[in-house]
Ligand binder design. Structure first.
Ligand SMILES: Cc1ncc(COP(=O)(O)O)c(C=O)c1O
Length: 297
């Protein structure tokens, strides 16, 4: 199936305060963000015309920029409003929302103290990050060779473009071997996360998930923990060694794009698509839909 490249979709992009036609939302090749990955972004989803946890995402975007040493010259409220207006302008109800902020072209050395900070927002239809049929059976993950870096080595709390370099490499290596994604360990050799989603395991009715001390504490991760606790399911955040995966019964990934996706295999370890994974998959699907949300935590 031939697909239309992303720079040739239709509609509008919010670009530095204005709605421009999709094809005209361009940057110059001499852009600091492109050369040195001085860019931060968000991934959000709209369901039924409402962007789920919009303000939390926008606040994280601001915080990611602050960690990279720049300030986005629009407030959280202004960015929220721009996202909402763009969703209406794109005439979409269920969609993916991608704000990105980056350093511009005024300086092209490593130091770029005076570069303009740009902000763009694009919204498009992106139904399921993983193939829906595979999701129900549980996806298969390879063990990644790259590890999540020590927070002293990289600004791991920022959703910074540069941190995705090892994610793309790991996902490509996994796909080349027929897997859907890869599980990354952290710099200490502990279980960390997948290339674009957090990970949970189930054992004896209890959820176990790694402490997010060198990778994103995902907004979906926090939502799932709340949903599980509301169901009376115990959630333990702790250091998890890879060998422990042998004893886990179920596993799932979660993230804005991935939503809740059961996992059937990670390298040599296998898991069932069990009741808790399915329950949380459904609870999350209800939680994100306006009107179907369960009572607040
Ligand atoms: C590397 C990585 N970890 C975790 C997550 C999950 O974060 P969230 O649930 O906030 O989307 C994402 C997705 O944004 C991600 O890219």
């Amino acid at each position: 199936m031939a697909s239309v490249p992303f720079d040739q979709l239709d509609g509008f992009i919010w670009f530095n305060g204005e709605f421009v036609r999709w094809a005209d939302a361009k940057v110059h090749v001499l852009t600091h963000g492109l050369h040195y990955a001085s860019a931060v972004f968000e991934g959000e989803r709209a369901y039924g015309g409402e962007i789920f946890k919009l303000t939390e995402h926008t606040e994280r975007l601001h915080e990611s920029a602050r960690i990279l040493g720049f300030r986005i010259p629009w407030t959280v409220e202004e960015i929220d409003e721009a996202c909402r207006q763009l969703l209406v302008k794109q005439e979409l109800q269920d969609a993916y929302v991608r704000p990105i902020a980056w350093r511009g072209s005024e300086m092209m050395g490593v130091s770029a103290q005076n570069n303009r900070i740009n902000l763009a927002i694009a919204i498009w239809e992106w139904p399921s990050y993983f193939d829906p049929e595979q999701r129900l059976k549980g996806i298969r993950l390879d063990m990644a060779e790259y590890r999540r870096p020590d927070p002293k080595t990289a600004p791991s709390k920022s959703k910074a473009a540069g941190l995705y370099m090892i994610c793309t490499l790991s996902k490509h290596a996994a796909e080349a071997k027929g897997y859907t994604d890869a599980l990354m360990l952290d710099w200490r050799g502990r279980v960390a996360e997948a290339t674009g989603a957090n990970v949970f395991f189930v054992k004896d009715g209890v959820l176990h998930t790694p402490v997010p001390d060198c990778f994103l504490d995902g907004i979906t991760r926090r939502t799932v923990i709340g949903l599980a606790r509301r169901r009376g399911i115990e959630v333990v955040e702790r250091a998890i060694m890879p060998e422990e995966m042998e004893s886990f019964e179920q596993c799932f990934l979660c993230g804005t794009a991935a939503e809740v996706t059961p996992v059937s295999e990670i390298g040599p370890y296998t898991f069932q698509v069990g009741e808790i994974a399915r329950l949380l998959m459904n609870d999350y699907a209800n939680e994100v839909r306006p009107g179907q949300r369960m009572a607040a935590e």
